[in-house]
Design a binder for this molecule. Structure first.
Ligand code: SF4
Length: 320
């Protein structure tokens, strides 16, 4: 854990925090793009194995890839994704990302086929698997550990908040302790962890965010995806929103809380995202959430204005 840093570290690619693009380019020696693949996984928080109704913010439709291929054999999805990566950003290499629902849900031999097909492609530099922290069987950890001997494997764990009351309110049906156990297991199996969090959750205040930052630092996660709350049509959250029962943060509010959160994070952690992403057709609020470029730029300006950077106050939330 870093103490408050007196001077700003030199982050790859410049800027005031550790960005994903330059970090990947440094690690893999060239531009790399993440390609979302659809493995047809289920969600135990919808079908009763863990809970029912799903997390209040989650839409099954939003878990489909936003651009690119959305179905068919993994080989075909990857070829289409590779084609898109080359055309859009000139990337010849990709990270194969299994994202839909809970991507560790299924018989281990079926997961093995899917993951191995993806990781063995010559243009795939790493595998990424998104899941719940309480839904990774021992044999899946072993499988991922074997794959990590071939290429890097990222385990993307949904945490959202390091507060158990908030997790209950979100109908997550797992605890912060589940997350901490999953991170420990992941590290013991040679996997790198990317935590997904939502910063502007209803009912949360600054002390909750400090707790979340402290949890990520303490557990030494390698990366974080920071999202703003999206209200997506068809979700339980949409109903609450229409009834006027929740307040959605303003752009300025989100920018300020994100800038503050970044300076609480360990400077070695890679920041993969600064905003959420959801299909425009489903998004009810916030209106400002549609303009990701503007959100990113406002956050950068806020860091600049406050002479802040990632890690500057990482030590000040210790023990929160
Ligand atoms: S966020 Fe994950 S665990 Fe929650 S309902 Fe969606 S797929 Fe299921």
């Amino acid at each position: 854990m870093a103490d408050d840093t007196a001077s700003m570290p030199r982050f790859p690619g410049g800027g005031r925090f550790r960005r994903l693009g330059p970090a990947l380019a440094k690690r893999f020696g060239e531009r790399v793009r993440k390609v979302t693949l659809r493995g047809g996984f289920g969600c135990p928080n919808r079908d009763g194995r863990v809970g029912t109704g799903g997390c209040i913010f989650c839409s099954e439709l939003a878990l489909l890839p936003i651009s690119g291929p959305i179905d068919g054999p993994i080989e075909r999805q990857m070829e289409a994704g590779l084609d898109l990566a080359r055309r859009r950003v000139g990337a010849e290499k990709i990270i194969a990302y299994f994202q839909d629902n809970t991507a560790t849900d299924g018989p281990v031999d079926e997961l093995s086929d899917l993951y191995r097909t993806a990781i063995s492609h010559p243009r795939v530099v790493a595998l990424s698997v998104g899941t719940r922290p309480d839904w990774i069987a021992d044999e899946v950890y072993h499988l991922l550990a074997k794959l990590a001997e071939i290429k890097p494997v990222y385990l993307e764990l949904g945490l959202q908040s390091a507060d158990d009351d908030t997790l209950r309110a979100l109908n997550r049906n797992h605890t912060v302790a589940d997350f901490e156990r999953a991170v420990e297991q992941a590290h013991q199996h040679g996997l790198e962890v990317i935590a997904h969090i939502i910063l502007d959750l209803p009912g949360e205040e600054k002390n909750h965010r400090l707790k979340t930052a402290a949890c990520l630092n303490r557990n030494r996660v390698e990366g974080v995806k920071i999202h703003n709350l999206h209200v997506l049509d068809g979700t339980p959250l949409a109903k609450t929103y229409r009834e006027g029962m929740i307040e959605i943060s303003s752009l300025d509010g989100y920018v300020q809380m994100t800038a503050d959160f970044i300076c609480r994070l360990d400077p070695g952690m890679i920041i993969h995202r600064l905003t959420g992403e959801g299909p425009a057709s489903l998004m009810l609020a916030p209106e400002w959430g549609r303009d990701k470029r503007r959100i990113r730029s406002e956050i950068e300006k806020a860091l600049e204005a406050g002479d802040s950077w990632q890690g500057k106050r990482a030590g000040s939330n210790r023990g929160v």
